[in-house]
Design a protein around this ligand. Structure first.
Ligand SMILES: Nc1ncnc2c1ncn2[C@@H]1O[C@H](COP(=O)(O)OP(=O)(O)OP(=O)(O)O)[C@@H](O)[C@H]1O
Ligand SMILES: [Mg+2]
Length: 443
């Protein structure tokens, strides 16, 4: 068939005659060769270009592959029919399926029918938690998954990309953390309880000391009264027996009946006073310990602070002078027991700090400023170092030796004042010693 073709003519015209014919044929061939050259060099250029693009593509593919391979989150890519197109090694290692076992399979190979319905191609799914099926027939830990539509270039027939992270371990860690937190809170509560017990101990020691005095003189008065009763019985018996007057008078003298009768009044008064003091102490105690925490009352905080100094002084038998610059009355709204505990803590700390001071003095001052009541408890101890000033209210912060302080006193005090809607601050006073300022809403 080739031989049947007419000879090549570049201009497509008829074949020229003689020498002209040869020259024009040669020119045509040169033209053909030039064109071929051009085509060839184009081809080479295209090939180089293609190779370059290919290398770029391979590089991009390698990059994406390495990113997908090193993802710790699981990745499942589905087509528009919900069939798995690609998974990453994280999913393979989580489920035990190989990549080839999963590719081409419906999503239900990994998800229950119910969960697979959630991840429909083209849908957006935010934080769906599910267990994946594993190759052994069981289920994996909970996986928190997100799904987003995967659009082809023409933006038709969307597939789906699912990314997820096993949260089982995280949950367990969180639960362990939660248990540890609860344990810590329990331990903290026990320590606070221990701190309360210590302050109750101080209170009981104070009460014991306070009660000792009236109880002992009530006891000795009653003892004397019982002796007087015996004497009076003897004397009355003599009267009833109608003993002769001189003998009766002698008995009256020897039994010191007149002096005894004079003594009766003061003895009964003294006993009564002792009983009243005991009643007062018990009343005080009841006020401190049996308060209804839900019921705020008007509290004279000046009185509470003064009382606290007395309690601490009595319980520890420490020598300390009180400079009382408080007004008679400073009313706040609150619960007396805990507020008393705050002042006991502050004064105990002040006394502890002043152990080596020759003339320890606790100064209480206070006043009403607008709608607030400000009270300052100051001592003339060494004060608080600049480093420690910011830490003294932290729980367990103490500079006292093991067994001497829990470091909870100021923290408990801070919490009590906060619960009363106030604040407490620590500072050093310019003329030495620590100064704790309490600000509470006025009652
Ligand atoms: N008046 C003060 N002068 C100097 N330092 C003080 C004074 N009050 C408190 N501090 C410092 O603050 C620390 C914390 O006091 P906090 O009352 O909280 O605990 P603690 O007294 O050490 O122990 P706890 O009160 O539990 O027995 C003390 O150890 C002490 O270093
Ligand atoms: Mg303390």
């Amino acid at each position: 068939m080739v031989d049947d073709q007419p000879p090549f003519s570049p201009d497509g015209g008829a074949e020229p005659e003689g020498g002209d014919h040869d020259a024009s044929q040669e020119a045509a061939w040169i033209d053909v060769i030039r064109k071929m050259d051009e085509v060839y060099s184009d081809l080479i250029r295209y090939e180089v270009d293609l190779e370059q693009r290919n290398a770029q593509l391979e590089h991009a593919q390698q990059f994406i592959g390495s990113v997908i391979a090193s993802m710790s989150d699981i990745l499942v890519v589905c087509d528009q029919k919900g069939r798995i197109v690609q998974v990453n090694p994280a999913l393979v290692s989580l489920t035990g399926f190989s990549e080839s076992e999963l590719t081409g399979q419906p999503l239900t190979i990994l998800l229950s029918d119910e969960d697979a319905l959630v991840f429909r191609p083209g849908c957006v799914v935010a934080e769906h938690e599910a267990r994946l099926k594993s190759r052994t027939g069981g289920f994996t830990d909970l996986v928190a998954m997100n799904g987003s539509p995967r659009l082809e270039r023409e933006r038709r027939l969307p597939g789906m990309v699912i990314v997820g992270r096993p949260v089982g371990e995280l949950r367990r860690a969180y639960e362990a953390l939660h248990v540890a937190h609860l344990d810590l809170k329990r331990a903290q509560l026990q320590l606070v309880q221990a701190e309360k017990m210590a302050s109750i101990g101080r209170l009981v020691a104070g009460v014991a000391h306070e009660l000792n005095n009236p109880v002992s003189f009530v006891y000795s008065n009653v003892h004397i009264l019982s002796r007087y009763r015996a004497k009076l019985t003897r004397y009355l018996a003599a009267i009833h027996d109608e003993t002769a007057l001189p003998e009766r008078e002698e008995l009256r003298r020897s039994l010191k009946i007149d002096a005894l009768m004079e003594d009766f009044g003061p003895l009964i008064e003294g006993t009564l006073e002792g009983a009243l003091r005991i009643t007062d102490i018990v009343k005080n105690l009841r006020r401190l310990s049996f308060v209804d925490p839900t019921e705020n009352t008007k509290v004279n905080i000046a009185e509470v602070a003064r009382n606290a100094v007395q309690w601490v002084k009595r319980s520890g038998k420490q020598l300390v002078n009180l400079e009382d610059n408080l007004p008679q009355e400073l009313i706040v709204e609150g619960i007396e027991g805990p507020l008393h505990q705050v002042f006991v803590n502050l004064i105990q700390n002040a006394i502890d700090a002043m152990r080596t001071v020759p003339h320890p003095v606790v100064t209480l001052s206070g006043r009403k400023v607008g709608l607030q009541v400000v009270i300052v408890v100051r001592d003339n101890g060494p004060g608080i170092s600049a480093d420690n000033l910011s830490k003294v209210f932290e729980p367990f912060f103490t500079t006292k030796g093991i067994g001497s302080g829990t470091g909870l006193g100021l923290w408990v005090s801070w919490s009590i004042i906060r619960d009363h809607g106030g604040r407490i601050e620590a500072a050093n006073s310019p003329d030495g010693g620590a100064a704790f300022t309490i600000v509470l809403p006025a009652g």
